[in-house]
Ligand binder design. Structure first.
Ligand SMILES: N[C@@H](CCC(=O)N[C@@H](CS)C(=O)NCC(=O)O)C(=O)O
Length: 239
């Protein structure tokens, strides 16, 4: 059997295992669509120079990962996970044998409404991301600590308390913020075909689990039901 020629170069963040939620969205999208790709790991300090190399005009563009480069005849680079998913559907259509990512039409609204929940997650696990998820040797840790402490104005270890109001308060914000997921999963048994909305939610679960397996377990108990078990079962094949 021959290995299929890569069609996409996917730039992910470095670290002992994949952890960035936005990059997980792109990984799920590529896997679901069945697009052959290669992964290039970037340190935090390498993100901006890579964007500057790939994008002729940086006006209005945030220097972030994920970034994809579509290779060959379709050559094109793009960052930002949801626009990436839309571009992948356009460039790798069902008519050419690729699976179509579903549910992208609701994403702008869903993503906007998920901001408070994502902020709560961030204040819960920020220090764990620094301690456990980042590559310890490539400058990512120093970059992350400096930029996040500038943003939050407290040491990383105090963000949950001083920014989030303590773990209980943060968990309550996550519980309320993720209610639409709980409602959705109540209609499901975890065996259906995942939508991009499912991949987006699962990416946040992956983020928490990679930062702290202990907090990942706490998350599973958040509603005292099988919301997260069903979600992760639904996306498992594309992990
Ligand atoms: N809306 C963007 C967010 C991407 C994002 O924030 N990526 C982070 C890593 S998870 C990043 O690249 N940060 C660069 C930095 O902090 O300098 C997306 O979904 O792609």
């Amino acid at each position: 059997m021959t290995t299929p020629e890569p069609q996409v170069r996917f730039y992910d963040l470095s670290g002992p295992e994949p952890w960035s939620p936005a990059c997980w969205c792109t990984r799920y999208a590529l896997n679901y669509k069945g697009i052959p790709y290669t992964v290039t790991k970037l340190s935090y300090p390498d993100i901006r120079p890579t964007c500057e190399r790939l994008f002729a005009d940086m006006t209005g563009l945030h220097a972030t990962v994920p970034i994809i480069e579509i290779l060959g005849d379709k050559l094109q680079a793009l960052n930002d996970s949801t626009p990436i998913a839309r571009l992948l559907n356009e460039k790798f259509p069902a008519s050419e044998g690729y699976r179509d990512l579903k549910g992208l039409d609701v994403m702008d609204d869903y993503q906007r409404k998920s901001v408070p929940c994502r902020k709560a997650i961030l204040s819960w696990i920020l220090a764990d991301v620094h301690d456990c998820a980042l590559d310890p040797h490539d400058g990512s840790k120093e970059y992350f600590k400096r930029t996040r402490e500038e943003r939050f104005k407290v040491p990383l270890s105090e963000v949950t308390e001083k920014v989030g109001g303590g773990e209980e308060a943060v968990l309550q914000q996550i519980r309320e913020g993720w209610e639409p997921l709980r409602q959705r999963m109540m209609q499901e048994d975890g065996t259906g075909d995942p939508t991009y909305q499912d991949f987006f939610d699962a990416s946040n679960v992956k983020w928490i689990e990679a930062a702290s397996p202990e907090k990942g377990k706490k998350l599973m108990e958040l509603y005292g039901d099988d919301t997260f078990v069903k979600l992760m079962k639904k996306v498992e094949k594309y992990t």
